[in-house]
Design a protein around this ligand. Structure first.
Ligand SMILES: [Zn+2]
Length: 198
């Protein structure tokens, strides 16, 4: 398929990422088989091993071949709870600039378009813990206009995310206490860092 100007639109996409067909082959192979060696890839796409090494380094620098170590939720979903919190906020920055990113149970935060303009992905080993976290960070926050939560009941593909194993041990300590301790510690360490005080 070609676009009106005769360019192959797929190549335009590759060009915008600064990669070519061989890079795409390498990316696909790595995504299928993360443990594969440069030697094996070299054999499969008929290039020298140093050429593969140079391409892999380039792809890593471009953040196209990034690695994330963590827990595979698909495999451990009977032991962990994964919660999606959709928020309607006056301004997502008001939430993010607080202590939320320091909360050890927050996996990631998404600023979104639309009325629900923020989503937070949380993980913990108990539902009660997650309820406490929602109360602490969102239900009691005047910048939050609406909170909608839902537990992930199944994950259909491998889903690897980092979790904070240190804090998983403290199921009985309220999230707020942990978060506040973290904020205080950091304020103490770097008082000029501009962290939001409570
Ligand atoms: Zn927290």
């Amino acid at each position: 398929m070609t676009s009106e100007n005769g360019e192959n639109p797929e190549n335009e996409v590759f060009k915008s990422f600064g990669i070519d067909d061989d890079d795409v082959k390498i990316l696909n192979i790595y995504q299928e088989e993360p443990e594969i060696t440069h030697v094996e890839i070299a054999k499969r796409i008929n290039k020298s091993q140093p050429a593969i090494g140079a391409r892999v380094t380039k792809l890593q620098r471009k953040h196209l071949l990034a690695t994330q170590k963590g827990i595979n939720f698909k495999a451990v979903r009977d032991k962990m709870f994964l919660l999606i919190v959709d928020l309607q906020t006056k301004d997502p920055r008001l939430i993010v600039e607080g202590e939320l990113l320091k909360c050890p149970f927050v996996i990631n935060v998404f600023k979104r378009s639309g009325t629900r303009n923020m989503s937070v992905l949380l993980a913990a080993t108990s539902m009660a813990k997650l309820e406490a976290i929602i109360d602490r960070h969102f239900r009691s926050n005047p910048a939050v206009l609406g909170v909608e939560t839902s537990f992930v009941v199944d994950v259909l593909k491998d889903f690897v995310l980092p979790i904070n194993w240190e804090f998983l041990r403290y199921e009985d300590v309220p999230c707020g206490q942990i978060c506040c301790q973290q904020v205080r510690k950091r304020l103490h360490e770097a008082p000029a860092a501009g962290l939001v005080k409570e």
